[in-house]
Design a protein around this ligand. Structure first.
Ligand SMILES: NC(=O)c1ccc[n+]([C@@H]2O[C@H](COP(=O)([O-])OP(=O)(O)OC[C@H]3O[C@@H](n4cnc5c(N)ncnc54)[C@H](O)[C@@H]3O)[C@@H](O)[C@H]2O)c1
Length: 249
């Protein structure tokens, strides 16, 4: 499997996904705005015995996003899997109630969580169709796209849009053997090591925050032939938060 992970250099979910794909035997193109992170991640994967290349660019630039796909195809000979990780709201725009949110911040939340993903998805689909091979797309989404997202309205709306995009891609391209699914994350602690469960959190039914590895194994599953009959879905990785109502014991 040849995978492109956009945001794959990050210390949190991004790196965990890059590592998990490499461990599963994939060649990984690690794309990131930060050249050092992309290089570090590719070096780490290569030292662990995988094939990996660093790519640098900003997802806000269309040529950069198209370039990630083109460079992966050029470097590995083909693309099998696109994973999009870049996103979030707090990292990019202030957390405020909707009436206080500026148009620019709304647009940025949309751009960082949905607009570039749609661009990357279009480029990947073109590559898959040209190869005649099919392919799999996995996007990191959020329970903020399923539940209310107080002070993160733009983020929640964009992540809900991402799930819609996955359903549409699934329906439009099922006949081309192209699948798209979402890993809808709950609260993932990106401050701790990927394998170490952080402190107990009683508000979460499973009693702890998620770790990046929890999202990464879900992404590998959704990209792999093990999920070949699964498309257009959101796999929720949240320790049970979205299934517990307010009156549960
Ligand atoms: N951590 C959580 O609790 C949580 C919860 C729900 C969803 N998520 C989702 O997880 C994803 C992010 O996870 P993370 O914070 O662990 O990632 P991460 O920090 O591991 O990786 C993100 C990478 O994106 C890169 N990046 C930032 N801006 C970029 C740009 N303009 N162009 C290219 N690359 C850019 C960063 O350099 C970074 O390396 C987002 O999609 C977010 O919505 C996280």
């Amino acid at each position: 499997m040849n995978a492109l992970v956009i945001g794959g250099g990050g210390e949190g979910i991004g790196r965990a996904i890059s590592r998990a794909f490499a461990t599963a035997g994939a060649a990984v193109a690690v794309a990131d705005i930060d050249p050092e992170r992309a290089r570090d991640a590719a070096k780490e994967l290569t030292e662990a015995g995988a094939r990996a290349v660093p790519l640098t660019g900003d997802v806000r630039s269309r040529p950069a996003v198209d370039g990630f796909v083109a460079d992966t195809v050029a470097g590995f000979g083909r693309l099998d899997t696109l994973v999009t990780v870049v996103g979030g709201q707090v990292a990019f725009v202030p957390a405020v109630r909707l009436h206080e949110m500026s148009d620019d911040d709304w647009d940025l939340a949309y751009e960082m969580n949905l607009r570039y993903v749609a661009r990357a998805v279009r480029a990947a689909i073109r590559a898959f169709l040209a190869q005649g091979s099919g392919g799999s797309i996995v996007s990191v989404g959020s329970v903020a796209g399923i539940m209310a997202a107080p002070t993160q309205a733009g983020y929640g709306a964009a992540k809900a849009g991402l799930a819609s995009l996955a359903r549409t891609v699934a329906a439009e391209y099922a006949g081309d053997k192209i699948r798209m699914n979402i890993v809808a994350c709950g609260a993932i602690s990106t401050a701790t090591a990927n394998s170490a469960p952080p402190d107990e959190v009683p508000e979460i039914p499973m009693g702890r925050l998620g770790v990046p590895g929890d999202a990464a194994v879900a992404a590998v599953y959704l990209a792999s032939p093990a999920s070949s009959y699964v498309t257009g879905q959101s796999l929720v990785v949240d320790g049970g938060v979205t299934v517990r109502g307010p009156f549960s014991v």
